[in-house]
Each structure stands twice: as C-alpha cells, then as structure tokens.
Write a protein that binds this ligand. Structure first.
Ligand SMILES: [Cu+2]
Length: 146
C-alpha cells in the first residue's frame, strides 16, 4: 500500500515543481557570441592544367571482322557528330572481302588478310552510312543517332 502511494506521489511532486522552476529562473542572458573574426580564406592550391582524359576507346572504336560470309558485326551504332573508328580485320583469306568501300564517304580501302585497317569517319547527322565489299556483295551499316 505504501509503495503504491510513493510511486503515485513522486511524479505528482515533480509536476508541481516543474512550472515553478521555469518561472523562477531568469532567462539566461546568453552572452553575445563574439563577432566572427574574418579569417582570410586559405589560398586555393594552384590549379594544374590537366589535359582532358581521352574518351574511352570502346565508345568510338569498333572492330569488325571481315569473313567470307560477311561483316561481323554488320551493324555499328555511332553518335552523330562524333568520330568513329572502325578497325577492319579480314579474317578469311578467301571470299571477296579484300576491299571495303564507303560509297557515301568516298572511302575505299584494301584489306590484307590478318591486318587491322582503320577507317575513321564522323557521321554528320543521324542516319545510316553504308559500307560494302569492293563488289558490293557484303554489306554493313553504321547507324548514327543523336
Ligand atoms: Cu564482294
């Protein structure tokens, strides 16, 4: 019995005192913070002119295998306005892939077997650029998009 009274009584006492405490206590006069001292900004480290990192080669460089059966891949995606390099490698000595022609670009290259031959061009607009073997039998397409 006494215990329960105590338990009930203590919070009541605390409640009775709580408002009084707040009123009695004068609002603490917070001392004004000292005016911030203007510290000079540390001089920025000299910016070393770093050259732009080169674009990842995979983005603008595509390998194309030239087989007797055709170009692999035969369709290449490119970004209009960005140069793209196609690295032709004629895998099969046979077949008719000994020459590659970009008729719209006025490009014609001989493809010796087993050698990388690079053709770099920049699609000027979104659309297709075609290439073919010298006899216009095997075909490939660059699809340029914005
Ligand atoms: Cu051909």
């Amino acid at each position: 019995m006494r215990r329960s009274l105590l338990i009930v009584g203590l919070p009541l006492i605390a409640l009775a005192f709580a408002p009084g405490c707040g009123q009695d206590a004068a609002p603490p006069q917070a001392p004004a913070p000292p005016p911030p001292v203007a510290t000079p900004e540390p001089p920025a480290p000299p910016r070393v002119a770093t050259p732009e990192p080169p674009a990842p080669p995979s983005a603008s460089r595509v390998r194309v295998s030239v087989r007797a059966t055709g170009y692999e891949p035969a369709t290449i995606n490119a970004a209009a306005g960005q140069p793209i390099t196609i690295v032709f490698n004629r895998v099969d000595d046979g077949g008719c892939g000994g020459e590659v022609v970009f008729p719209e670009q006025n490009i014609r290259r001989t493809l010796p077997a087993g050698q990388d031959v690079e053709v770099t061009l920049t699609p000027q607009a979104a659309g297709e650029i075609h290439f073919a073997c010298g006899m216009d039998m095997m075909h490939g397409t660059i699809v340029a998009s914005r």
